[in-house]
Ligand binder design. Structure first.
Ligand code: FE2
Length: 348
């Protein structure tokens, strides 16, 4: 199984990408609205087809990217039947299985943080995604939405701690950089619910957390009960000047074939050294030459008015050039991936 753990620095949310290596079919658990481009880029770069997005619950601390991913990639939205949210494609309940190729996740209802909280467990029961029911050495708070510490206690004890001791547990969040735990570890060391903790012990702990009201709850919950559907006009428009995509590495790229076909509409900025321009790869007629090492000092020579496409030998130095320009406030800029090598290879 292909597995990636992704992190959102704003909400401390983990998103998990799971895929079947053979069929390239993928699932994404708890995608974050603002990380839509990142997740879409990773799916694209790994050659995956996103079949489903799965929510562990209706989140109060971030908006889901489920709706945006469905809109862009045709993935289907999976949510608990007890979530109270509308607009999902598949409402699941305890015992249901959601699969993409050979990757199959079984739903375990683990309410208590919210009514609709579920834990997703792989078919071999070696990995489980606990959402906010059980966190590493912690547990999801029970003081808003439909939180109930006695219900959460039972969910953890009866539905998570009954998994194999060596089952890896991946939570919905971590606020201290911890990434994974196991059933055995949490049974022993979880300060809220581990050891000999009774329901009363757990409830006492949870009722005295003294946490502030979640920052995003007033915006996040109404959006998440609609699966993260954006309000009209809420999304920044994609760059209109060409088929630009942002890579998982954060670089804006545009297809060189499109660039060749729209040659007059863009400025091509070649950032190779002067000696390279007369080599075998040649250079593109009418391109502007500024070696990468001089670009920061010569920004004023880059004309405004047209989008800028950066190019070099292999597309690496020009990726840095496009980042420099973007940082300097050039809005319409992109790298030509693969550089002059690819430009030549596709017959341009
Ligand atoms: Fe939550």
């Amino acid at each position: 199984m292909l597995f990636r753990q992704l992190f959102d620095l704003e909400s401390f949310t983990y998103t998990y990408l799971l895929a079947d290596e053979a069929t390239r079919q993928a699932l994404l658990i708890d995608p974050v609205f603002e990380q839509f481009e990142r997740d879409r880029a990773l799916v694209r770069e790994l050659g995956l087809t996103l079949r489903f997005t799965l929510e562990t619950h209706v989140h109060a601390d971030h908006v889901t990217a489920a709706w945006r991913l469905r809109d862009a990639l045709g993935s289907r939205i999976v949510l608990s039947r007890r979530s109270g949210a509308e607009g999902a494609d598949l409402y699941v309940d305890d015992g249901d299985v959601v699969g993409a190729g050979a990757v199959a996740l079984t739903v375990r209802a683990t309410p208590g943080h919210t009514n609709g909280c579920v834990t997703y467990v792989t078919s071999d029961r070696r990995v489980a995604f606990t959402g906010d029911a059980l966190l590493i050495r912690s547990a999801g708070r029970t003081d808003f939405q439909q939180g109930d510490p006695s219900v959460l206690y039972r969910s953890i004890k009866e539905r998570i701690f009954t998994l194999p001791d060596d089952c890896l547990l991946y939570p919905g969040h971590d606020y201290g950089g911890r990434t994974v735990t196991t059933v055995a570890e949490e049974k022993r060391w979880n300060p809220r619910v581990g050891g000999e903790a009774s329901a009363e012990d757990f409830t006492g702990y949870m009722k005295n957390l003294g946490l502030p009201h979640p920052k995003q709850i007033d915006a996040a919950v109404p959006a998440n009960v609609k699966c993260g559907k954006p309000e009209p006009g809420a999304l920044a428009a994609a760059p209109a000047w060409g088929p630009v995509v942002r890579t998982f590495g954060g670089v804006l790229e545009v297809d060189p074939v499109w660039v060749a076909e729209h040659r007059r509409e863009v400025t091509i900025l070649d950032v190779r050294e002067p000696a390279e321009l007369t080599g075998d790869l040649g250079c593109i007629d009418g391109s502007l030459h500024i070696p990468l090492g001089e670009l920061r000092a010569r920004l004023a020579e880059v004309p405004g008015g047209k989008p800028v496409v950066c190019i070099c030998r292999s597309g690496r130095r020009s990726a840095q050039a496009s980042l420099i320009l973007e940082k300097a406030g050039v809005r319409d800029v992109a790298n030509s991936p693969g550089g002059m090598i690819r430009w030549r290879a596709v017959g341009l």
